[in-house]
Design a protein. Sequence first.
Length: 94
Amino acid sequence: MDNNPERSCVICRKKGLKKDFLRFVVKDQKAELDMEKNKTGRGFYICSDKCWEEGLKKERKVRFGSDARKARTVGIPGREKNNKFQITNNNFQN
C-alpha cells in the first residue's frame, strides 16, 4: 500500500502528494473545505491558494460520476474574508 497517495488539482491538473493539497468534500450538493482531510464523502483537491482564486474567478464547477445522466456538479466554495492558505512544510497553514 502506498503511503504517499497522489492527487490532481481540479483547476490546473497538477499532480502531487495528497498531503500538499487542499481537500474539499461534497455534502448535500455543496462543497466545503476539509482541513483535517478525514470527512466522509466524495472529495476533490486544489493545489494552491492561486488555483482556488482562479476557480472562484472563473466560476469553475466540479463534476462527479462516470455516468453522464447521474453525474452531480458542484461549484467551488467561496472563501471567508482574510482566509488565505499557504504551503508550509508540506501542510496548509491557515
